[in-house]
Design a protein around this ligand. Structure first.
Ligand code: TPP
Length: 652
């Protein structure tokens, strides 16, 4: 069906193609990407924008000998299609299929694993330094978007690269967008370059101009210097990158294949760090994405013909419930301010930005800065809420400790996408937050079981004296049948179902699963109690003491890694209460000490024995005192270590 793409053996095939063939290939690539992503979901607009750039890179550089590092990696679909993954491309982001991000275990062409932003220049520089230490010869290229360039790490790397003067090329792909419109003064700087009258004049004759860069002769340094200058004075009105020690080339039309290849070839010959500023259109070649690039940045399934997005589920998502709650609470209290790190829409803050533009801050992809910025606001009496995906908050671990918790400042962390997030996979799962937040002094950690409880938690957090993190998952916040959470009291859990044979303590999102399991067990005559943990920290020690008095079989259910999670805290607590875990049978159900792969959430929960069936059999096994439920771990598909079992039966 895709004649040219189907015939490509690897990137080397590109070098045998005419410019015209490559243009036809670009069209095929766009077709495959649109068709596939319409069925699998994924990052559409960004990939459509880098089709010509990726073809040019793989024509000029010999991957995997030359190293191409993709920043974030969400735009690596074209790269994947050109490097041997066309046949399997329909499995994109599916359980057991091709990852939506570069993975070093997937292909030798995926030089460096990514998913989080702003790492490419650091990685590329490290690779270049290693190359020189080993005395090897190959080129190293980092491809980074103008959104990712707003991250502090990118600047740290530019600073270091300018100092080291290693031979690397940074391709800065400017499309004026992060997920939404890019923000910040860097963005303005790039825009000034792009809209400078000189650019338009030069653009018309750019091919000729680039050709004036001398080919590399014997006195490399001199030539490079000359080239630098000729570009400097002809092309750009502003010299930010030059001052950082880079040779700046651009701006270049990122959809002009011939020009791109020409510039890349010439840049390859220059000594020292080179930055090529490429201008592209996000969503190029597919009108719905071109017209609405933020909607089609990361998208679910959609109708190719109309671009209509196929929605799954009608319930309210935690993110939108959070957004609504913020509107209400901010209307009540003018000290409430909201912060996002380039994720206004994803975290549910878009409406807040419209209603309270003066109390809304998009700091760009800068989670570390966001946290300390929030700390500054809190220090002056405001009530900052930083809405951030669990996985991206990992970036700001030190800022959470050093700037917020150590000073006990009342910053609220609305930790979205906690737990597993499905098809984006291990770079995006939020399975570590309970572990990395709960052990910080002064921090309170809460997990709602439904949207209405989340709103109460937010109200509680905004009235707290110190830092509070509320962590909730991606997607719908389903209510638990027959249970309406009662008023929230600091450090108090709540009994949802009274039982006698075993007790399940569920954290947040896992509560509905715990209740369904209890219902199933009831059919077997097993009366399971269920507790909504609510506070992961401070832990309800009184409730724990009650549970330990009333039950000798206890299960903890959490969508976090077991290590350092709520269950492990329970064991610690028992220890400090002088209780012997050997007197109880305790099952910790959560994720094991391994990275959870990508795929739909149902498959992932099943793989780790955390789907309804898996949980039911685990609990049955627990209830039956280890005599065995007749279902082996393997049968219900537990991953090794997916759950921890502590101790045998009670002695008495
Ligand atoms: C540390 C971190 N924060 C947030 C994100 C979420 N995110 C993924 S892509 C993206 C925008 C990237 O913009 P840009 O680099 O310009 O790439 P484009 O999609 O525009 O090509 C963001 C904010 C992330 N991947 N990593």
């Amino acid at each position: 069906m895709h004649e040219i793409l189907g015939s490509i053996k690897g990137p080397e095939s590109l070098r045998e193609m005419s410019d015209m063939q490559q243009k036809l290939l670009a069209r095929e690539l766009r077709q495959v990407i649109v068709d596939t992503v319409s069925k699998t979901g994924g990052h559409l607009a960004s990939n459509l924008g880098v089709v010509e750039l990726t073809i040019a890179l793989h024509t000029v550089y010999s991957s995997p000998r030359d190293r191409i590092v993709w920043d974030v990696g969400h735009q690596s679909y074209v790269h994947k299609l050109l490097t041997g993954r066309y046949k399997d491309f329909s499995t994109l982001r599916q359980f057991g299929g091709i990852s939506g991000f570069p993975r070093i275990d997937e292909s030798p062409h995926d030089v460096f694993g990514t998913g989080h932003s702003s790492t490419s220049i650091s990685a590329a520089l490290g690779i270049a330094a290693a190359r020189d230490l080993k005395g090897e010869k190959f080129s190293v290229v980092a491809v980074i978007g103008d959104g990712a360039m707003t991250g502090g790490m990118a600047f740290e790397a530019l600073n270091h690269a300018g100092h080291l003067q290693k031979d690397i090329t940074v391709v800065l792909n400017e499309n004026e967008m992060s997920i939404a419109q890019n923000v910040g003064s860097l963005s303005k700087h790039l825009s000034r370059i792009r809209t400078h009258p000189r650019y338009f004049r030069v653009k018309e004759d750019i091919e000729g101009l680039i050709k004036r860069i001398p080919a590399v002769g014997n006195s490399m340094a001199k030539v490079a210097e000359k080239a630098k200058d000729s570009i400097k004075y002809f092309l750009v009105p502003s010299m930010l990158f030059e001052e950082l020690g880079f040779t700046y080339l651009g701006p270049i039309d990122g959809h002009d294949l011939v020009l791109l290849k020409d510039v890349l070839k010439r840049a390859k010959k220059l000594k020292g760090p080179v930055l090529i500023h490429v201008v592209t259109k996000k969503g190029k070649g597919y009108r719905p994405a071109l017209n609405n690039p933020d909607r089609f940045h990361g998208v679910g399934c959609f109708e190719v013909k109309t671009g209509e997005i196929i929605r799954e589920g009608n319930g309210q998502s935690y993110s939108s419930a959070f957004g609504k709650a913020m509107l209400e609470l901010a209307a009540e209290d003018p000290r409430v301010v909201a912060i996002t790190a380039a994720m206004a829409d994803g975290t549910g803050l878009s409406e807040f930005a419209n209603v309270f533009p003066d109390r809304f801050y998009d700091v760009a992809i800068a989670e570390q800065h966001a946290v300390t910025y929030a700390a500054g606001l809190a220090r002056e009496g405001f009530k900052p809420v930083f809405a951030v995906y669990s996985t991206f908050l990992q970036r700001a671990y030190d800022q959470v400790i050093h700037d917020v918790c150590l000073q006990n400042l009342p910053v609220v962390f609305a930790v979205d996408r906690a737990g597993i997030v499905g098809n984006d996979g291990p770079t995006h799962h939020g399975v570590f937050d309970l572990s990395f937040l709960s052990h910080i002094p002064n921090m309170q950690v809460l997990a709602p079981c439904c949207c209405s409880e989340m709103k109460e938690m937010l109200r509680y957090a905004l009235n707290s004296e110190g830092p509070v993190a509320i962590r909730y998952p991606r997607g719908e916040g389903r209510t638990v049948k027959g249970y309406t959470p009662g008023p929230l009291v600091k450090g108090k859990s709540e009994v949802v179902i009274k039982g006698k044979d075993l007790c399940i303590i569920a954290v947040g999102n896992m509560l509905p699963r715990a209740c369904r399991a209890a219902e199933q067990l009831q059919k077997k005559g097993i009366k399971a109690g269920v507790v909504n943990a609510r506070f992961v920290k401070p832990v309800d020690t009184e409730m724990l003491a009650e549970i330990l008095k009333d039950y000798d079989k206890i299960a903890v259910l959490e969508d976090n890694v077991i290590r350092g999670g709520y269950g492990s805290y329970l064991l610690e607590q028992m220890n400090s209460m002088g209780l012997d875990a050997m007197d109880y049978r305790i099952k910790l159900l959560g994720f094991p000490d391994e990275f959870v792969t990508f795929g739909d959430n149902d498959s992932l929960y099943r793989a780790y024995g955390l789907d309804d069936t898996g949980i039911y059999y685990s609990l049955l096994d627990l209830a039956e005192g280890g005599k065995g439920s007749g279902v082996s771990k393997e049968k219900v598909g537990y991953a090794s270590g997916g759950q921890g079992v502590v101790s045998k039966q009670r002695k008495s």
